[in-house]
Design a protein around this ligand. Structure first.
Ligand code: ARG
Length: 463
């Protein structure tokens, strides 16, 4: 009988000649998926325990396999394992080594499973834990943002629309806007867990298996909540990959937005914040420069994460059921997106600890651009029984007047104001005060100091 020697491909009896050399070089995924070794070994141990419980393999075989797998795990963690490209991926590399350690009985490990269910089991377990790690990092960013917000409740700056001064806000309110975004990012990752908790193991190549396996047992062992429902769907499904890549993309988009914001604020033209030396770099030619490279890195990285999402969407487009080699690339894409986001979150957290607002300049900028115009219109509605539109027009006339006289609002006299509306009294002058303006926005979610304090407390309690 033909012998399948352990140092040859598992399919060497059927496929006699070696595969194209160039394909052997590029078609393997071991350099990428070796990162799944722990999940793969955990999955295999649960699988053989189940096979034994179901009387599909003997006690002795189960124990030998588990002994071998534990030894392999140690070898890999201690960097004593030689990964071989000729064995394609982590699954075959481990199986081959198991043969070396325990001999022929290693051959029982692949009973009632396929690499098709094995790989997504590993991947789902991996994404579950990376989701947890990402959420811990997002929490750190939220904490740092809360600390910064707490220190800047009284820091007044212009809120912008179209990057033109719009209405006065507290810097803390601005920062708390990002707390909302990062909080939603966390929820987005958590929402993905539902699908990640469905256990693929046991659907084998695509049809399920004739062995009397117990999928509920491996479900429990591996921390899943239920087995998947359809074997063909299970090996073809990469929706959970898309969900992860999308969540990463949204979070990195939020980081990109605030990075852009801070780049603008740090520009010499705006000069609203200072960055400490830890988060800037210099220029090779211009000695005076302190460039916000870290922020630019963060802004740019959303390009990478969107690219990864679109790569995966494109790989899946039009792909028939069930498994195809096309799917092998999913892991590289996931790891890249994961690493990009985790690095970005760490860098962003450093930025938050290394910037100071230039409060004077913020206030100065808030004084320009007739930022309390809307407050005047509101005042006229409340005190001079006008419709909002009428009040808007009167206020526009006040803005025109101030502009003509080259004055800020708070430099206008009551006499000058009375030219626009003779009924105006001294009261109106209070409306020009920026702190009043900010604190008048008491509606829920508005920028009043009290509202912000409550919101900060609410998030701090959530921790
Ligand atoms: N390394 C492969 C992958 O990630 C494992 C699945 C291989 N299955 C197969 N039928 N060739 O996609």
């Amino acid at each position: 009988m033909a012998k399948n020697k352990n140092n040859q491909a598992v399919w060497n009896i059927r496929i006699k000649n070696s595969t194209s050399a160039i394909f052997q070089k590029v078609g393997n995924s071991i350099d990428i998926d070796k990162r799944l070794y722990r999940e793969d070994i955990t999955g295999s141990i649960a699988h053989v325990e189940m096979l034994f419980k179901q009387k599909i393999i003997s006690f002795k075989v189960k124990n030998k396999i588990i002994y071998g797998l534990n030894k392999i795990e140690k070898e890999i963690s201690n960097k004593k394992f030689e990964f071989k490209k000729k064995y394609e991926d982590i699954h075959i590399n481990i199986e081959k080594r198991l043969f070396e350690i325990i001999g022929e009985e290693a051959g029982y490990i692949h009973t009632a499973r396929s690499r098709n269910d094995q790989v997504i089991t590993d991947l789902k377990i991996w994404i579950r834990s990376s989701t947890k790690e990402i959420n811990i990092l997002i929490d750190k960013v939220i904490n740092s943002t809360l600390k910064l917000a707490e220190k800047n409740i009284n820091t007044i700056m212009p809120g912008f629309t179209h990057l033109k001064n719009a209405q006065a806000v507290s810097l803390a309110h601005y920062l708390m806007a990002y707390v909302e975004m990062f909080n939603r990012d966390k929820k987005r990752f958590i929402n993905n867990l539902d699908n990640l908790y469905e256990n693929p193991l046991g659907v084998a190549a695509l049809t399920g298996t004739s062995f009397n396996i117990d999928r509920n047992y491996t479900t429990k062992k591996l921390g899943f909540k239920k087995p998947t429902n359809n074997s063909i769907d299970t090996v073809s499904d990469r929706d959970f990959v898309l969900d992860f890549l999308y969540s990463v993309s949204v979070c990195s988009m939020h980081i990109s937005r605030i990075a852009e914001e801070l780049i603008i604020w740090n520009s010499d033209a705006f000069n609203l914040i200072n960055l400490s030396d830890k988060v800037v770099t210099g220029s090779s030619i211009m000695p005076q420069k302190k460039n916000p490279d870290l922020l630019e890195y963060l802004r740019g990285k959303s390009g990478t994460t969107y690219g990864n999402l679109f790569s995966m969407l494109t790989i899946l487009k039009g792909l028939p059921l069930s498994y195809f080699k096309d799917l092998q690339d999913d892991k590289e894409i996931i790891f890249k997106s994961n690493d990009t986001l985790t690095d970005s979150l760490k860098i962003f957290n450093e930025i938050l600890k290394n910037f100071t607002p230039n409060k004077k300049q913020m206030l100065k900028l808030a004084r320009s651009g007739y930022i309390t115009a809307t407050d005047i219109a509101d005042y006229l509605v409340k005190n001079h029984s006008m419709s909002f539109r009428k009040a808007y027009q009167k206020t526009a006339a006040i803005v025109n007047l101030a502009e003509k006289k080259k004055k800020n609002f708070d430099e206008l006299t009551l006499e000058e104001l009375k030219k626009v509306d003779s009924k105006l009294t001294n009261d109106v002058l209070k409306v020009f005060d920026l702190e009043n303006s900010v604190n008048s926005k008491k509606s829920y979610a508005g920028t009043s100091f009290d509202n912000i304090k409550k919101m900060i407390m609410k998030y701090k309690k959530q921790k």
